[in-house]
Design a protein around this ligand. Structure first.
Ligand code: HPA
Length: 235
C-alpha cells in the first residue's frame, strides 16, 4: 500500500498501461484482459490487474496533469516494483499536418512545468522517453502494419487559456501536439531509472477546431489500446 494506491504488494504487474481516465482503464480491462481483479479504487483511480494473452498487465489511470501522473507513476515505480509504464492518452494537434486519429509514439516531452526541476533537479525542459518501450512500440506497430508518428509533444499544465497561439516552448522544440502528462512520467522514469513511453491518439486539431465525437472516441482509441497491449507482450 502506498499513500495514493491501496493495492497489496504483488497485486500490480511489472507493466502498467496508463490512460488518464479511470473509466477507460475499466473499459480496457473489461474488454481485453482475462482473470481481472480490481486492485485499487482509492479516489476512484481504478487499477485492474489481469492477463493479456497470458501475460500479467495492470491498467490504471493517471488522472490529469503532471501533478497527478507524477504521484501515481512514482508510487508504482518505487513501491510496487513496476518496470515500465506506457501512458495511453489523447492529444491536441498544434498543426493541421496532424490528422484526427493519428497515432503518436512520443519521442520526448517538453514542458514549462517546474516538476522535473523541483522534484529531481532535472533542469532540461525536454525529457526523452525512457528505456526500450519506445522502440518496442515501433517494432510492434510495424508488425501490426500500424502507421506511427514519432513526435516531440508539449506537456502543458494548461488546458484553457486566453491566447490559443502555439506556445513559445512548443515552437522552440518543434512540438506538433499538446497533452498534459508525459513530461512528469518521463521525469520520474529518468530519476528512478525505469522504463516509460507515451502513445497518443490525436483527438482534436486545435487550429481547425476538428474533434473526434464523444461517440467515436471509444472506438477510435482501440488501435492505440491494441498496440499498447501487444507491446506489453514484448517487454
Ligand atoms: N490540450 C491539452 N491536452 C489535450 C488536448 C489539448 O488540446 N487534447 C487532448 N488532450
Amino acid at each position: 500500500m502506498s499513500i495514493h494506491i491501496n493495492a497489496k504488494p504483488g497485486d500490480i504487474a511489472k507493466i502498467v498501461l496508463m490512460p488518464g481516465d479511470p473509466l477507460r482503464a475499466k473499459y480496457i480491462a473489461d474488454h481485453y484482459l482475462d482473470n481481472v481483479k480490481k486492485v485499487n479504487e482509492t479516489r476512484n483511480a481504478f487499477y485492474f490487474t489481469g492477463t493479456y494473452k497470458g501475460k500479467p498487465v495492470t491498467i490504471g489511470s493517471s488522472g490529469m496533469g503532471c501533478a497527478s501522473i507524477g504521484i501515481y507513476s512514482f508510487e508504482l515505480y518505487t513501491e510496487y516494483e513496476v518496470d515500465c509504464i506506457i501512458r495511453i492518452g489523447t492529444c491536441g494537434g498544434y498543426t493541421a499536418d496532424l490528422k484526427l486519429l493519428d497515432l503518436i509514439n512520443v519521442e520526448a516531452a517538453v514542458s514549462e512545468s517546474s516538476f522535473a526541476k523541483y522534484a529531481w533537479g532535472i533542469e532540461e525542459d525536454r525529457i526523452a522517453h525512457q528505456g526500450n518501450a519506445f522502440s518496442v512500440i515501433q517494432e510492434t506497430a510495424k508488425k501490426m502494419d500500424f502507421t506511427l508518428r514519432n513526435e516531440a509533444v508539449h506537456s502543458s499544465d494548461i488546458f484553457y487559456r486566453k491566447d490559443m497561439d502555439v506556445p513559445a516552448i512548443a515552437l522552440k522544440h518543434h512540438c506538433s501536439a499538446v497533452e498534459m502528462e508525459a513530461f512528469a512520467l518521463f521525469a520520474n522514469a529518468k530519476y528512478t531509472k525505469k522504463n516509460a513511453a507515451a502513445l497518443l491518439t490525436v483527438s482534436d486539431i486545435i487550429p481547425t477546431h476538428e474533434k473526434i465525437s464523444s461517440e467515436a472516441r471509444e472506438r477510435s482509441l482501440l488501435p492505440m489500446i491494441q498496440l499498447a497491449l501487444e507491446t506489453s507482450l514484448q517487454l
